[in-house]
Design a binder for this molecule. Sequence first.
Ligand SMILES: [Zn+2]
Length: 610
Amino acid sequence: MSTIFYISIPPNDERRTLLKPTLSVFDRIIELDGFQSLFKQIYNDRVLDANYNYENGVSIILYDPAAYTSTCKDDLSIRHFNKVLKRFLPVLNLKCYDINTTVPKDLVHLHHDLIITDNRIFRMHHWMYDNLTTQNNTNSNNKNNTSVEGDDESNFSCSSSIYKMIDHLTFFNRLNTTDPSESSALDDHIIIPEFLKSLNYESLIIENEINNETSILDLDYFTLFNDWDFPANNLSIKQLLICSFKLIEILSIESNLPIQKNNLFLLLFTLEASYHQVNKFHNFKHAVDVMQATWKLSTLTLNNFPNFNILKLLLSLAAIGHDLGHPGTNNQIICKNDSKISKEFHNKSVLENFHQTVFIKLLNDQWPNLIIKMNSILDFNIIRDAILATDMALHNNYVSKLKEINSTPKIQNITTSDAKNPNQQIDLKTLISLIIKAADISNVTRPLDISAQWAFLITLEFNDFNLLEKYFNIKSNLNINKHLLKDTSMIKDISDLMNNDIIQNLTTANINNTNDDDDDNDTYDTTEDELIASLNEIKSLPSLDTINNDIHLTLDALIEKYPSIINGQLFFIDTFASGFFEEFSKALPQLNFLSDNIKSNRDYWLSKRK
Ligand SMILES: [Zn+2]
């Protein structure tokens, strides 16, 4: 769903008339009086779990800087404002234009962008790669350099407003840089705009609260957060924001690192807008769930370490940022296709490196005292190391490490108080990695009904991932199968089905090469019918990611509708979770409830296997 925002532009202004034909693709028009109302509208749309999440579709903001700046304290040039959007609403498809200089030609890419953002497979592909994106944008704005600014840095790929991981990384890498050659970037970013500082975030959460049986304020969030049966999927985004706020507020006070209420809310809203709401599993709910588990496990294991309050704060924060910008895919697929983002991290823990880099930059930007404090008390970057530990490729290393710990004679049953004490069972660095790693895969250790909800969501996300793989298969088949490419009716079918120039460009390029090395066919393993079936499947996906209410089905109804959950859970428990949690609980017996829960969940899934 796409929105046009007009900021302080009269309804009958003739500049609107000129752009009207280009803008007919939008679903709604919103008239606003300023940038604070814009952010209020966007935040409200995001927290209401509605279709206007700014990830389906693209949205644009048209305003007149000349008319607006005179009444406002902030520097609101188009260039600056587009940076504000990237900085505080990172994964949203938003772009700002100057109504005085924008002409229809500057907006032609919108039609192409919409084709991508209305299909979740094209969209996931676009997030990760840039080799097949539209080619018609890069030169379209040269005539008037002031019309579409904000992408003036060479590394930002094109004038498209669709989110891309590489742009996200490049942008945050430049935040608060100490490199003098980037000093202009420093000037741009160091100050939080006045309209964001003065926004009343608390009332934003409380306002418009739907009249539920339980009011949002009546819930005892801290008690809710304290239980291992934390029901993240039964809570709204507003409620998750309040839970997170309360926890971080308490931990920051205990750590003597207080943060102003509004600053903490802004950080949390920025984090929410750094996760893809359209992902079924790797979204803000998962982030808050992992934070809850991390905090809970920390309180049970870290209390004997020096600075344990600040350790709990830093580790809880690492958890809420640990999957930031996650594309709902995995490292294999990102590396396999040679993306810029995988090169950036030399194909090593690419996603985890992406999450930690962007998240630490974000904290540096919005809570610099915290990073300074972290560096002063620890000789390692706990946030970076914790996030890197969540790479599942390291799973077996952690199991081996735990086995080694468990095979050495125990001095005592709890972690010892001194991180440098040679007698301790688990050193601090290892322990923080184990805690966040355990929290990240803790779904299977939750009470059965909660565990099943997560199992359902990961099943949905895997389904999308499988479609993405089919999409890659289509493309590689087009690359290698000359027989398909020689059949022009097939090309037309594909182009019609894909309904955009992505495949058209690809096929045209390959037709020109069809006479070369004709002996590639041995890698071809998909029939034409299968290919067409995959294309149809992808093409027929609904443009809106409708909220799937099946999560609220009873357990029996859920597994009857999605029977693959049973084997999926048994596979994950038997291959990864069971061995890990058994060893983890053996090393730290206060965590026995984790392996007990897994055992009883496993018994249930076994009893349901036919
Ligand atoms: Zn995760």
